[in-house]
Write a protein that binds this ligand. Structure first.
Ligand SMILES: C[S@@+](CC[C@H](N)C(=O)[O-])C[C@H]1O[C@@H](n2cnc3c(N)ncnc32)[C@H](O)[C@@H]1O
Length: 315
């Protein structure tokens, strides 16, 4: 809830300070001159929340401020115009959120984690009749395709129900297509080799798996395109971890949410972890990014075993 003095601040100081900052250039030097303060960030996010369904008020301050500054420059608008557009233009909130959230991802990103998953999690899920998996914050989907290839190599793809979500419809539309620039993704092949071709129990042994089994590479068109076996499997849904309930399935055997919580503050991290806890079967698995860990009160919800968190029942 924003207080009255903040509104006054918005009307007077904020608009006058920024009206002069309308930019007609993409010169990133100017980024240094655009300083969005903590208070100004709060006003923008308050306005965003009021005019749309997005609530980014509990995102980590530093990164969100940097992204707002960059957005102001890229859109070639002043901050006061940004606030006006949030009131007037329905699509503008989507545009803002799509631009201030970070979408970096990769196929088999952090390859060691996939080998760990293969040996310590997916093997254990193999005995189940049906495996429910939720990947939250999947960006353009490379993470989903990585998982599906691994599941298929373990003969688990058919019985897996996979739901992939993100707050950003634009990246989900790209994810659904499963088509990526080849030259941006040269690590794909070496990561694929590490995760899919190497026997995780004996590194001198390799499995003979053709890239062609899962994707087509067209070097001339500079495209790498996932094959139907993968494209048909995952369900991509727009879902906001801040405001939405658990998607579709009642409970999951595995939730993968990597490099998303890192952008949230402690309050929001705790709320989302509670959601994940409620959405998992007992003793089921939660995988976070390699730089993310569960601290504070939420740590009683999960036990960490190697790189994976296991749901604990709360007594
Ligand atoms: C850095 S990417 C991580 C992609 C992938 N998980 C990985 O590790 O490669 C973060 C993703 O989280 C999404 N995101 C941010 N806030 C979200 C929210 N409230 N609900 C769902 N997704 C969100 C962003 O749109 C973005 O696609």
């Amino acid at each position: 809830m924003i207080h009255f003095y903040q509104k006054k601040f918005f009307n007077a100081k904020f608009i006058s300070n920024f009206a002069s900052l309308k930019l007609r250039t993409n010169n990133y030097q100017i980024l240094k001159q655009i300083m969005v303060t903590q208070r100004e960030k709060e006003i923008i996010l308050y306005k965003l929340k009021k005019s749309s369904n997005y609530d980014l008020t509990n995102y980590a301050a530093k990164s969100i401020i940097r992204r707002i500054e960059r957005f102001i420059i890229n859109e070639n608008i002043s901050s006061s115009e940004l606030l006006l557009k949030l009131s007037d233009d329905n699509g503008f909130a989507d545009n803002l959120v799509e631009n201030i959230t970070v979408n970096t991802t990769d196929l088999f990103r952090d390859p060691d984690i996939w080998t760990f998953l293969r040996l310590n999690v997916l093997n254990r899920l193999a005995e189940k009749n049906k495996i429910n998996i939720w990947l939250a914050g999947v960006s353009k989907g490379q993470e989903v395709y990585s998982l599906m290839m691994l599941l298929n190599e373990l003969s688990l793809l058919e019985k897996s129900h996979i739901i992939a979500t993100d707050i950003n419809q634009k990246v989900l539309d790209e994810a659904k297509k499963g088509e990526y620039k080849y030259r941006h993704n040269l690590d794909y092949l070496s990561n694929f080799d590490k995760v899919i071709k190497k026997n995780p129990l004996n590194h001198t042994e390799t499995f003979d798996v053709d890239y062609n089994k899962y994707f087509e590479i067209n070097k001339e068109k500079d495209i790498i395109k996932m094959k139907d076996i993968l494209l048909k499997k995952a369900v991509f849904i727009k879902h906001d971890l801040v405001i939405d309930n658990t998607p579709n399935y009642s409970k999951f055997d595995l939730i993968i949410c990597r490099n998303v919580l890192i952008y949230f503050n402690e309050i929001l991290q705790a709320e989302v972890l509670k959601k994940f806890h409620n959405s998992l079967f007992e003793k089921s698995f939660l995988l976070l990014g390699i730089h993310e860990s569960i601290l504070g009160e939420s740590s009683s919800l999960f036990t960490k075993k190697g790189k994976i968190y296991i749901k604990q029942e709360i007594i």
